[in-house]
Design a protein around this ligand. Structure first.
Ligand code: ZN
Length: 274
């Protein structure tokens, strides 16, 4: 899907700007190649200086706007803003579905630079790129039922942090989460499902101390505890968070209206330990 110019600059999104440079680059290349092919039959088209200059100029811009440079240019705060704005577009029915075209597919074939990591629930009703209105290459997503912590998840997150340059980690729970409900109700479950329940038990126990609906409170506690766990995870995430290289926040997606509620008490560094 093409992006309207007003959306491009209203978003002020450097990742979107990079795509524009790439698209212009491809367009210039196509034009240049056509003219070059035509040279065989029309000598007047030979060595079009303006076209050549434009190609060199755009090439320089593309190189300057490399994926790594882009990832480094997005601050943790900017990454959070991009997700907030994307969810706002989604909720208001104004999704732009950016960077989901064949040019972006080709551009990302050899590298990626996601600006955010989502550690979320596997629930089919919480498709991350859709609810945040993002595109290919934007989000590095680690999903398990109940977004429970696991060594493989930690390694994946650290990889996206250190190797891909992501600047924000969002622990994303959601309302009516079946995994959290199971941890509350403790039904007999087959196979490995019990591992999910065991990982969510601490959140349930914490929620029992609160007033109100136990499952609802456990969903929020589960997010908070996982934010805390990631912030304390040595040697990579804890260090990078202390140094301000990455921000770790918690959020709950509301199934009934599509809104992502970023938890205020996870938006500052000190509050993670409650
Ligand atoms: Zn869930």
């Amino acid at each position: 899907m093409q992006i309207a110019n007003n959306q491009i600059f209203a978003n002020n999104n450097p990742i979107i700007r990079k795509n524009i440079f790439i698209k212009i680059y491809f367009t210039i290349n196509v034009l240049f190649n056509i003219e070059t092919e035509s040279n065989k039959y029309n000598p007047t088209l030979k060595n079009q200086p303006i076209l050549m200059f434009a190609q060199v100029l755009i090439s320089c811009l593309v190189l300057f706007q490399s994926p790594i440079a882009q990832a480094q240019s997005v601050t943790p705060e900017k990454a959070l803003q991009l997700l907030r704005e994307g969810n706002e577009r989604f909720c208001s029915g104004k999704s732009t579905r950016p960077r989901q075209d064949s040019v972006t597919v080709r551009m990302l074939a050899k590298s990626q630079a996601p600006f955010a990591i989502i550690m979320g629930c596997s629930d089919s009703r919480v498709p991350n790129e859709i609810i945040f209105d993002q595109g290919l290459g934007d989000l590095f997503i680690v999903r398990t039922a109940g977004q429970v912590p696991a060594a493989a998840s930690f390694g994946s997150i650290e990889f996206a942090d250190r190797m891909l340059g992501a600047k924000l980690i969002v622990v994303l729970g959601h309302t009516s989460c079946g995994a959290v409900s199971a941890a509350v109700q403790r039904p007999e479950v087959p196979g490995h499902i019990v591992h999910l329940i065991n990982e969510i038990k601490p959140a349930v126990e914490s929620a029992r101390k609160q007033t109100g609906d136990l499952t609802h409170n456990a969903i929020y506690e589960n997010v908070r505890l996982q934010v805390q766990k990631l912030r304390e995870l040595e040697p990579v995430l804890a260090k990078d968070q202390r140094e301000g290289k990455i921000k770790i926040v918690g959020a709950v997606y509301h199934l009934d209206n599509g809104r992502v509620e970023f938890l205020p008490d996870t938006l500052t560094e000190a509050q993670a330990k409650k």
